[in-house]
Design a protein around this ligand. Structure first.
Ligand code: NAD
Length: 500
């Protein structure tokens, strides 16, 4: 298993793939209690190339018990903030030392171009772990001067502490498998929590490898557990488990609602990073070539499988034809290929199921009267490819305009009046992100407060930054990851009142 699509793998990647892959529970590498396994498929060929355990409720039970024990006793509670910082820095160093291996695993497992995996997924993950390591030593409470008017004869002193929330369950999607894992693992471990990570069934490999590196870095047994398995078995068991104090979920809005309801039964703290249908708004002062390059990056990055993908393009009518023509030219010129090939610009989608879902949307658009200015079909061969697609002649009531497609498909529409565009941009149940393209600062500033989205980019799109809170308005989620807010998700404030 050293070559895929004619490309020689890094020896570390080949070694990892040659080993049997088990799950990490309580510091041990174990099979699923049921003995069942799941195939891992290369989306560029649609062929299985290895297996992982199919964990289910019994394995979640074991993992929660291990995480609970590690949280309450043993070495972990004795780790001081500086020890937690050092462990995270060590984990980041190990990840950096294995960057090519992680990039190749991500390319084989998810289909994404290996160069992108290396310079985006892996690089951002290393950076994020280092950023979060710094927070371990900066978790603070406040002191308060108290009045207590009922007991005037005594003095009181008050302070707050932020304590680790406890055992954390993390359920992540397949579009950025390593990065989404790290977005949850790093703040949880910085805060002093222990956790169970459930990667998506389509992309379990880098989470398992991350578990290996965590043990190598020196994390005590049970602090990080990794259970592979299906969503409706392992994922549902984790979300509903009364032994966890916090569930952190990234995925679709549909599943996010199930997770949120399950969490509410136990009053488990919950954060949800969900779907999007983000608008890209191009005002009339923008060079069409610049707008088209920006719109292409907004939608075709990661094959469009990005929660913040700029999937609705609104261009002022004076520039609409020029932008659509330039964008369609970019789409038609993109090189499709296996993710593992460094020359690939657009890889396959993650699975046949996802390819089918995306093509159902495209075909529904055609049936309702849309036209493809570029793409509109699957790619050649057995892989899960979809051509980068630009749909025009669309209406606001079409499914392709209203629903998250999660593929390389953008719907382009002209607009007339900048006053009307905020209403159209907000006419969606989602509110994850938006971008505004213009150099007219006063119009941009007037537009920003009108857009109902967790992130608004100006003259850029899909820029993610460690220090900026990230999350959604409306049905795009609850809570903010990254920045200082991430720490708040994994800590619980405690008020202490002392009578002196
Ligand atoms: P998904 O909701 O199908 O699956 C996400 C995870 O949930 C997987 O690990 C899956 O196994 C698990 N799961 C499935 N059913 C479950 C259940 N009943 N109970 C518990 N867990 C269950 O999402 P996906 O298809 O993997 O990912 C794509 C979605 O993720 C898109 O909607 C995208 O917008 C969203 N996403 C959001 C963000 C964000 O930060 N807002 C980031 C990335 C992806």
């Amino acid at each position: 298993m050293n070559r895929f699509h004619g490309i020689e793998l890094h020896p570390d990647t080949a070694t990892f793939l040659a080993r049997p892959r088990r799950m990490l529970i309580g510091g041990e590498w174990v099979e699923a209690a049921s003995g069942a396994s799941l195939p891992v498929t290369d989306p560029a060929s649609n062929e299985a190339f290895c297996h992982v355990p199919a964990g289910d409720a019994a394995d979640i039970e074991r993992a929660v018990a291990a995480a609970r024990q590690a949280f309450e006793s043993g070495e972990w509670p004795r780790h001081r903030p500086v020890d937690r910082e050092r462990l995270l820095l060590r984990l980041a160093d190990l990840l950096e030392a294995h960057a090519q291996e992680f990039a190749e695993l991500e390319a084989l497992d998810n289909g994404k171009p290996v160069m992108m995996a290396r310079h985006v997924d892996v690089a951002l993950s290393i950076d994020f772990i280092r950023y979060m390591a710094g927070w371990a030593t900066k978790i603070e409470g406040h002191t308060m001067e108290l009045s207590v008017p009922l007991v005037r004869e005594r003095e009181f002193f008050g302070f707050t502490r932020r304590e680790p929330v406890g055992v954390v369950g993390a359920i992540i999607p397949w579009n950025f498998p390593l990065l989404m894992a790290v977005w949850k693992v790093a703040p949880a471990l910085a805060a002093g929590c222990t956790m169970i990570l459930k990667p998506a069934e389509d992309t379990p490999l880098t989470a398992l490898r991350l578990g290996e590196l965590a043990l190598e870095a020196g994390y005590p047994a049970g602090v990080l557990n990794v259970v592979t398995g299906l969503g409706h078995t392992a994922g549902a068991a984790l979300a509903a488990h009364p032994g966890i104090q916090k569930i952190a979920f990234t995925g679709s809005t549909e599943v996010g609602k199930l997770v949120g309801k399950a969490a509410m039964e136990n009053m488990t703290r919950v954060s949800l990073e969900l779907g999007g249908k983000s608008p890209v708004i191009v005002l009339d002062d923008v060079d069409p070539a610049v707008a088209a390059a920006g719109a292409a990056q907004a939608i075709f990055f990661n094959q469009g499988q990005v929660c913040t993908a700029g999937s609705r393009l609104y261009v002022h009518k004076s520039r609409f034809d020029a932008v659509v023509e330039a964008l369609s030219g970019i789409a038609a010129g993109m090189r499709l290929g296996p993710g593992i090939d460094p020359a690939t610009q657009i890889g396959p989608l993650v699975s046949k199921v996802q390819q089918g879902r995306v093509m159902d949307y495209v075909n529904s658009g055609f049936a309702e009267g849309a036209r493809a200015a570029a793409g509109g079909a699957v790619g050649d061969g057995p892989g899960c490819f979809v051509q980068p697609t630009v749909l025009v002649d669309v209406r606001e009531d079409m499914r392709v305009v209203r629903e998250e497609i999660f593929g390389p498909v953008v719907v382009a529409q002209p607009f007339d009046d900048v006053e009307e565009i905020a209403r159209r941009a907000n006419d969606t149940p989602y509110g994850l992100a938006a971008s505004i393209w213009s150099n007219d600062l006063s119009r941009v500033h007037r537009l920003i407060p009108k857009i109902k989205a967790g992130t608004v980019w100006v003259n850029c799109h899909n820029i993610i930054e460690n220090v900026m809170p990230f999350g959604g308005f409306k049905q795009s989620g609850i809570g903010r990851e990254a920045g200082r807010s991430a720490l708040e998700l994994y800590t619980e404030p405690k008020s202490v009142i002392m009578m002196l």
